[in-house]
Every structure is written in C-alpha cells, then in structure tokens.
Design a binder for this molecule. Structure first.
Ligand SMILES: Nc1ncnc2c1ncn2[C@@H]1O[C@H](COP(=O)(O)OP(=O)(O)OP(=O)(O)O)[C@@H](O)[C@H]1O
Ligand SMILES: [Mg+2]
Length: 250
C-alpha cells in the first residue's frame, strides 16, 4: 500500500463530446506540494471538482488515505479531511474575516451543534477559525470586513477557511491568481511552511511560485497528464515547453 494521502486512479470525465479528464492517475504524499499545471481549459478545475465531489467522474476512483471517497458527497469528503479553495473567490464581503472563516466551520459541523448553547457553539467555531488565521498570519485582521482587505489578504483568508476544517489534504485552485509580486511572494512563503503539516495539490499558472514550491509537478493537456516529475525535469521536458511553457519561460 502506498503512503499517499490522496490518490486518483484512472479518472475519466467527459462533457458531451469533450474528454475533460482522460485516464488521470496521480497522488499526493505527506509533506509535499504536488503542482498541477497546464493551459486554460486543460481540465485542472474539472479534476479538482472530481476530488472534492462536485463533479462525478464517469470512471475511476478517488482515495483519501485508504478510504475510497468516489461515491461520497462534498460534505462527507470535507468531513473526512479534504480541504479546498476555489478558483473564484467565495467570501462574504461585508462580513468580518473571522465570521467568514467561522461560517465555513459551521457549515460542516452544524449537525453536531444541535443541543449546544450558542456561547459554546461560538467557542467551538472561534478556536479553529482563529488558529487557521494565525497560521495564515492574518489574526490581526480577524475583525476587519473582507471588503477592506487587499487581494492578497483575501487569498490568505480563503486558505484559512479551508485550514479551519483541519484538513488532511488541501486542494488549492489558482491561489495566486490576480496577485502582484508582493502578494504572490507572501502566499508562496505561507504555503511553503504549511505543506509540512498539510500536503497540497496546487493548481497554479504562476510558474515562479510553482517552480519554487512544488516537490512534484504534473502537466495536464487536453485532459491527459503528459508529463510528471520534479521542477528541473519539467522545465527541461520538450513536450512541456511546446505545450505550455513557451521557450522564453522555460
Ligand atoms: N460543466 C461543464 N460542462 C461542459 N463543459 C465543461 C464543464 N466544465 C468544464 N468544461 C469544459 O472542460 C474543459 C476543462 O475545463 P476546466 O475548467 O477544468 O479547465 P482548467 O484547466 O481549470 O482551465 P483554466 O486554467 O482556464 O481554469 C474546458 O474545455 C471547459 O470548457
Ligand atoms: Mg480552472
């Protein structure tokens, strides 16, 4: 048995005539960042959807550690320890940072709070939320409304929302999107520290961040993994250069 925290086995998904996922197998090991890169429309978000549970694969299996989660609902998977952030921001702008993170915890745990006093319930939500914000170096912004945050801070809050659920594996879909160099550098530094506690499957177009962070990289083109290896191997792979990187970036 492998020691993978997450493993995908022969996933296939089509939308009409389009094969969005074509026989994809990959895994995520403890302590690592595994980056998934590829051009727009390659099927990266579709793959994340099949892991998180909002998209059903046509074929194939998904395991979280030794447990098969292929047939589970989104909430069941999240409770099992699958954390995710979205490509498009899902934060409630007028609410405080803390309230946003707490809502994520509440959505998942509400069934267990039925008989609890509100004050106990709040404590049960506050503690993991605060801890997650501290790990994202954002506790000083806990009571700031989201609309006052910089773009980079919002991305940090989104990761904190996922972290507050104490995930065993984290799926991040383009966390650096739209960030300037400073925001990217900050998030890169935070993710580098985080991976030691929670392994991360990272979708990212920011190649500087990918090459710095990723222990392994899989390259997805038209639904298929065309290459897999460490940063150096991927930089040098002629198929990757042709399909994705372009000679000037490689
Ligand atoms: N629900 C859907 N119905 C039909 N086609 C879809 C659906 N979701 C995605 N697709 C198509 O599947 C392909 C893969 O899309 P996906 O969003 O997974 O790509 P991506 O690699 O995440 O791209 P990007 O880098 O732009 O985010 C695209 O051609 C997209 O148009
Ligand atoms: Mg996408």
């Amino acid at each position: 048995m492998s020691n993978a925290v997450l493993s995908l086995q022969n996933l296939n998904k089509h939308f009409g005539a389009l094969q969005a996922t074509s026989d994809v197998s990959l895994d995520l090991k403890p302590g690592e960042i595994h980056a998934l890169i590829g051009p727009n429309g390659a099927g990266k978000s579709t793959l994340i959807g099949q892991i998180a549970g909002n998209i059903r694969p046509d074929e194939g299996r998904v395991f979280l550690a030794d447990t098969e989660i292929t047939g589970m609902s989104i909430a069941q998977r999240a409770r099992m320890g699958l954390g995710r952030s979205f490509q498009v921001s899902s934060l409630a702008e007028p609410l405080s940072v803390m309230r946003n993170v707490m809502m994520g915890v509440q959505a998942l745990q509400s069934h267990s709070f039925r008989f609890w006093k509100p004050v106990d319930r709040d404590r049960q939500l506050l503690e993991p939320a605060y801890e997650a914000l501290e790990r994202m170096q954002l506790s000083h912004r806990a009571w700031t409304p989201v609309f006052e945050l910089s773009h980079g801070e919002r991305r940090q809050v989104e990761v904190a929302c996922a972290l507050a659920l104490k995930p065993r594996a984290l799926l991040l879909d383009e966390p650096m999107a739209g960030l300037g160099p400073e925001g990217s550098a900050k998030l890169t530094e935070l993710l580098e520290a985080l991976k030691l506690e929670v392994p991360i499957l990272l979708i990212e177009h920011d190649m500087e961040a990918v090459f710095r962070l990723a222990d392994r990289i899989s390259v997805l083109v038209s639904g298929s993994v065309i290459a897999h290896g460490d940063s150096q191997a991927i930089r040098q792979d002629p198929r990757v250069r042709e399909a994705y990187l372009g000679d000037s970036d490689a």
